[in-house]
Design a protein around this ligand. Structure first.
Ligand SMILES: *Cc1c(COP(=O)(O)O)cnc(C)c1O
Length: 468
């Protein structure tokens, strides 16, 4: 047995069920049924963990803490360390790359830029394939092994594919990924190729790829690993546990995340909710989601909600109007029809958070400021700091409150964007209200282009002097 495939200890997993989140349905299904949406009503599914079987929250905290010093592969994983709250039995064939264990950084420059006294950044780009997707793929691919799948597939804007390809390789499963042709960062595409996936470049956008995926859902040997898959959400929710452990279980006032397909925000919402119900924490942070202006279906819906529906247990709308032609340079969140919007909206309403948009210019400058803290991230991640700045101006976040922004991907995921920003050649291709093509230049407030310097000491010193 390789160290990538370890056995879990007997836990509460087998008593978990898959439950439809539509209140009028709420049907429950077995944990090993290969379904992605409710077979009865088509609603989204979520895993229900039987918290009643567990001992006290204090006991769990101690157990999790002790595992940090262990060399057992499951304990070294920042996901499987929390296995009491995962829907797997002790004999599950855990597929791990030691995901999670990501740093929580203080970011003083970003804090100042956003108008806060302090700001912490939880850097999920420090995962094995450099995005938060790994925390969910370890559980989804483990479930694929349990179900006896031969092939795992996903549609992706790049990071999901890179992550699935890596975990499939570890698990010795075939992997197929569907990507919108020409819309993926070359760095992300390179990862999928290196991990041996079958890379299908589809003539269409991400939403077209998602539609194709749902047509593959009835092939029994194929297992779908998009975030509609509730087992991915289970892994991703552990980010909330790890974050709170890093905060010594003191709950931050706000947790802010980018929103694309909305799996991440849904998962954090679930993680915090379980901790509250299990007595690990005594209140919830406000979860806020930030979308790019040109790809913001949920922010539009949220802005149109009457105040009476922005309450904790409001009935959720039946539909979100999709954005037909989503546009943003932050390709990881270039999604017009997010599959997990309902769970995400529920989490935001439940915690009294917000859903807002930021412009391409705001994303680009926020990304550069995060860089100045010595913490690189990809454009989608920077929506958080840009969004926090707007929420501070709007009085929705107060200067002295404790705020955590979740950075979702690594700076090297999209080096072209970074280079264009700093050289002053970044432009956003969009359309005017009349439908005409339009190229909007992004003029970086924190541009830092290389300069040509003569090959001598005096020239270098002069250059340094001029930039003091
Ligand atoms: C996937 C991804 C997102 C969006 O997350 P969702 O769960 O789809 O909302 C944001 N940033 C990065 C870097 C990602 O890879």
């Amino acid at each position: 047995m390789s160290d990538a495939i370890a056995k879990t200890a007997p836990e509460s997993g087998s008593a978990a069920v898959q439950r439809c989140i539509v209140p009028a349905c709420a049907a429950a299904f077995g944990i090993r049924e290969q379904i992605y949406v409710c077979p009865r009503c088509g609603g989204p599914l979520e895993i229900e963990i039987p918290l009643a079987l567990l001992k006290s929250g204090a006991d769990l905290r101690e157990r999790w803490q002790a595992r940090a010093a262990s060399h057992d592969p499951r304990d070294r994983s920042g996901v499987w360390r929390y296995r009491e709250l995962l829907p797997f039995d002790g004999d599950a064939p855990v597929v791990t790359l030691f995901e999670g264990n990501t740093p929580l950084y203080d970011a003083p420059r970003s804090a100042k830029y956003a108008g806060l006294t302090a700001l912490r950044l939880k850097h999920q780009g420090c995962n094995p394939t450099a995005s938060f997707k790994d925390t969910g793929m370890t559980t989804a691919v483990t479930q694929a092994k349990l179900l006896g799948a031969r092939t795992v597939v996903c549609a992706s804007t790049g990071n999901t594919a890179a992550s699935l390809a890596a975990y499939a390789a570890r698990a010795e499963l075939q992997c197929a990924i569907l990507l919108p042709q020409g819309q993926i960062s070359p760095a992300k595409l390179a990862q999928s190729m290196d991990y041996g996936a079958v890379v299908c470049e589809i003539a269409g956008n991400f939403d077209d790829c998602m539609r194709l995926i749902s047509e593959l859902a009835d092939v029994p040997s194929i297992y779908i690993a998009n975030s509609i898959n509730p087992f991915r959400i289970e892994g991703q929710k552990t980010v909330a546990f790890e974050l709170l452990a890093q905060c010594d279980w003191r709950v931050p006032d706000h947790v802010v995340v980018p929103g694309g397909n909305m799996g991440n925000s849904s998962a954090l919402g679930k993680g915090f909710d379980e901790m509250l119900r299990f007595g690990l924490i005594d209140r919830l942070p406000k979860i806020s989601i930030v979308q790019a202006e040109g790809s913001a279906p949920l922010a539009h819906l949220f802005a149109a909600l009457p105040a009476s529906e922005i309450v904790a247990d409001a009935a959720l709308p039946d539909e979100v109007a999709p954005v037909a032609d989503p546009r943003t340079l932050a390709t990881a969140i270039k999604i017009g029809a997010p599959v997990s919007w309902k769970k995400a909206l529920r989490a935001v309403l439940h915690t009294h958070g917000n859903i807002i948009t930021v412009s391409e210019q705001e994303i680009a400058d926020a990304k550069a400021i995060i860089g100045r803290d010595g913490i690189g991230c990809e454009p989608a991640s920077a929506t958080t700091v840009a969004g926090i700045r707007k929420l501070v101006v709007a009085g929705k976040i107060h200067t002295g409150e404790s705020v955590v922004a979740v950075l979702t991907g690594h700076v090297l995921k999209d080096p072209d964007y970074v280079s264009h920003y700093h050289r002053g050649t970044l432009a956003f291709e969009t359309v005017t209200e009349q439908g005409a093509a339009q190229s909007v230049p992004i003029v970086g407030a924190f541009r830092n282009a290389p300069e040509k310097v003569a090959a001598n000491k005096a020239a270098i010193l002069k250059s340094l002097e001029s930039r003091r």
